[in-house]
Design a protein around this ligand. Structure first.
Ligand SMILES: Nc1ncnc2c1ncn2[C@@H]1O[C@H](COP(=O)(O)OP(=O)(O)OP(=O)(O)O)[C@@H](O)[C@H]1O
Ligand SMILES: [Mg+2]
Length: 253
């Protein structure tokens, strides 16, 4: 087991948490920054809150503190291979009734945490997943008290750093596929750059290579996305070679 990070103030002490406010409003979720303190120690955490999927009007969302409404974008594609145990539940999901949407919301939220825990255990550079929290999850905040780490698209890396970032990304992809899953929403928008390191974030769409019918399609899209981005910035990339290598690793499952 990969040890818990030593900077984390854990539940065995009586810490205090302060919500420092909203960091980002994304497509599916909002991210809030939390400062946890105990005595003279403190650590920063990110609370990712998923937008409820089963609300009927915007006012309800606003009441819950969310800023934008949400759709069930492509949910059916990511859902495959993850059927509900009870046939009544599966039928509700297939028909997209309100009850079915609630079921999906619950599973979606637990899914990202589980995927990030697996990635963390596999040694992938992801924010440490602390655990579930209300309508979302708590994880390590990548950044410091001056601000959050920039996304790769905003980080303005020079040539040497771009090469470094690409090399690290390839290593992380090997670890991820080696652990049996695919990110499925990988792009320079879901990569952070902090203290010379690439961090992978945003895992709710991640799929298992053994159960998802679309795993290879997603893997291909992930590889093409990031290779195109780095390629356009003058980094030597070999998309086909990388994809073939990763497929080989995935087929070992
Ligand atoms: N652990 C973290 N530390 C620092 N910043 C984070 C962290 N997690 C998320 N963020 C910031 O919040 C943004 C939204 O998070 P994320 O990508 O997980 O959610 P999303 O709903 O898919 O958003 P988007 O639609 O922007 O992709 C990220 O682009 C990043 O800037
Ligand atoms: Mg994102």
């Amino acid at each position: 087991m990969r040890p818990q990070p030593d900077w984390l103030i854990t539940d065995d002490v009586d810490y205090v948490e302060v919500d420092l406010g909203n960091l980002k409003t994304g497509k599916e979720a909002e991210v809030f920054v939390i400062e946890r303190t105990y005595g003279d120690r403190s650590c920063l955490l990110a609370h990712k809150r998923y937008r409820p999927r089963a609300v009927s009007h915007r006012g309800e969302l606003a009441g819950l503190g969310f800023q934008r409404a949400n759709s069930f974008m492509n949910d059916h594609v990511y859902r495959d291979g993850r059927k509900f145990a009870k046939s009544r539940d599966q039928r509700a999901v297939d028909r997209m009734t309100n009850y079915g949407k609630e079921l999906l919301t619950g599973r979606w939220t637990g899914h990202e945490l589980e995927m990030m825990q697996r990635a963390w255990e596999a040694g992938v550079n992801v924010p440490y997943p602390v655990g579930p929290r209300g309508d979302g999850m708590l994880m390590q905040f990548v950044g410091d008290d001056q601000g959050a780490a920039p996304r790769l698209v905003q980080a303005r890396l020079g040539r040497v750093e771009l090469e470094q970032a690409f090399g690290q990304l390839v290593d992380n992809l090997r670890l991820l596929v080696g652990a049996g899953f695919v990110h499925a929403d990988l792009s320079a928008y879901n990569l952070l750059w902090w203290r010379e390191q690439v961090w992978l974030i945003d895992f709710p769409q991640a799929v298992d290579v053994t159960t998802s019918l679309h795993a290879f399609e997603f893997l291909h899209r992930d590889v093409v996305n990031v290779c195109t981005w780095f390629g356009r910035r003058g980094i030597e990339v070999n998309t086909d070679e990388l994809y073939t290598e990763l497929v080989g690793m995935a087929c070992a499952f």
